[in-house]
Design a binder for this molecule. Structure first.
Ligand code: LER
Ligand code: MN
Length: 275
C-alpha cells in the first residue's frame, strides 16, 4: 500500500513559486520522508545532468516513490513549446519531452509527466489549427509514454496564467474530440477554485480520466491556510475511485519545511490516504 501524499521539490525557484522543498534533491527526498510523505514530485531544471542514481537511491532508502516529474520550469527557461509556430522550436521541444519521459521511466515515476506551460498558448487567429496541432503532438507523446510505461498529465490552469484548458469541461471536450492516446487530466485545487463553478462536479466530470491532482489552498498557500473546503473534494476523489497522488504544490508562506509540515498535518487530519 502506498502513501499517496506527495510534495513538490525543485533545486531552486523564486520565493513566490508554488514549490515547497527547495535545494539539494537528495536532501529534499530525505526531508519529505522524515515529514511523512510517500512520494515526491520533481520539477526538473536540468534533464541532461539529472542525478538519477542519487535520487533513486535516496527514494529507495526512504521507501519513497516519484509521483510525477514536471516540465514547466525547464520549458520556460529554455523558451520551448510543443506548439510553437517555429518548427525548429516545436521539434526540439518534442525531443525534450521525450527525454523527460525517458527520465520519468528511469526514475520509476508512478503517475506521469506533467505538461503545463509546454503546451503554449492558443493564438487569437487559428484556434482550430492550434488544437489540431496540440492533439497531434500529445498523441505522439502519449504513444511514446505508453511504451515507457508512463503517462502524459495535462494540467487545467486558471485563466490568468493561460488561455488553454481553464476548466475540466474544456479539457474533457478536447479529449473527447481528439482522444489522444494516454493523455490524462491533471487538476489543481488552486486553479479549480478560480475557474470551476463547482469543484466536486468537475472532479466527477473528469472521472476515470483524472490522472493527477495538485493541492493548494485558495491563496495558494498550504492546505488549511485559505478557504477551500477540502472535505467534499476528498470525498469526490474517493467517489470516482481516484488512486493517484495528492501532491502539495503551494507557495512556501513559511519556510519550506514548516509549509510541508503544516500541509501534511492538515491532509492527514482530513483523510486516511493509505489506500
Ligand atoms: C503547475 O503545476 C501549475 O499549477 C501552474 O500554475 C504553474 O504555476
Ligand atoms: Mn499545479
Amino acid at each position: 500500500m502506498r502513501n499517496k501524499l506527495a510534495i513538490t521539490i525543485i533545486e531552486n525557484a523564486s520565493p513566490k513559486a508554488p514549490l515547497v522543498l527547495r535545494g539539494d534533491l537528495v536532501q529534499s527526498v530525505n526531508k519529505a520522508a522524515e515529514l511523512g510523505y510517500g512520494a515526491i514530485e520533481i520539477h526538473v531544471l536540468d534533464v541532461k545532468g539529472f542525478p538519477v542514481q542519487a535520487v533513486t537511491e535516496a527514494c529507495r532508502l526512504n521507501g519513497l516513490s516519484v509521483s510525477a516529474i514536471a516540465t514547466g520550469h525547464y520549458f520556460i527557461r529554455h523558451n520551448l513549446c510543443i506548439t510553437s509556430a517555429d518548427m525548429a522550436n516545436r521539434n526540439a521541444s518534442m525531443q525534450e519531452v521525450y527525454k523527460f519521459i525517458d527520465l520519468a521511466a528511469s526514475l520509476g515515476t508512478t503517475d506521469g509527466i506533467i505538461i503545463g506551460w509546454a503546451k503554449g498558448t492558443c493564438p487569437e487567429q487559428g484556434q482550430q489549427a492550434y488544437y489540431d496541432l496540440l492533439a497531434e503532438q500529445l498523441n505522439s507523446l502519449g504513444i511514446y509514454a505508453t511504451a515507457k510505461n508512463q503517462r502524459i498529465l495535462l494540467e487545467v490552469i486558471n485563466r490568468y496564467e493561460t488561455n488553454v484548458f481553464n476548466t475540466t469541461s474544456e479539457i474533457m471536450a478536447f479529449l473527447g474530440k481528439y482522444n489522444p492516446e494516454n493523455v490524462w487530466v491533471h487538476m489543481d485545487t488552486f486553479h479549480m477554485n478560480i475557474d470551476e463553478a463547482n469543484m466536486t462536479e468537475s472532479i466527477r466530470l473528469a472521472g476515470s480520466r483524472l490522472g493527477y491532482f495538485h493541492i493548494a489552498d485558495s491563496n495558494r498557500f498550504y492546505p488549511g491556510a485559505g478557504h477551500i473546503d477540502f472535505v467534499p473534494i476528498i470525498s469526490a476523489l474517493k467517489e470516482i475511485g481516484y488512486s493517484g497522488a495528492l501532491s502539495v504544490e503551494c507557495i512556501p508562506s513559511h519556510d519550506s519545511e514548516t509549509t510541508a509540515r503544516k500541509s501534511i498535518i492538515f491532509l492527514n487530519s482530513l483523510i486516511n490516504v493509505k489506500i
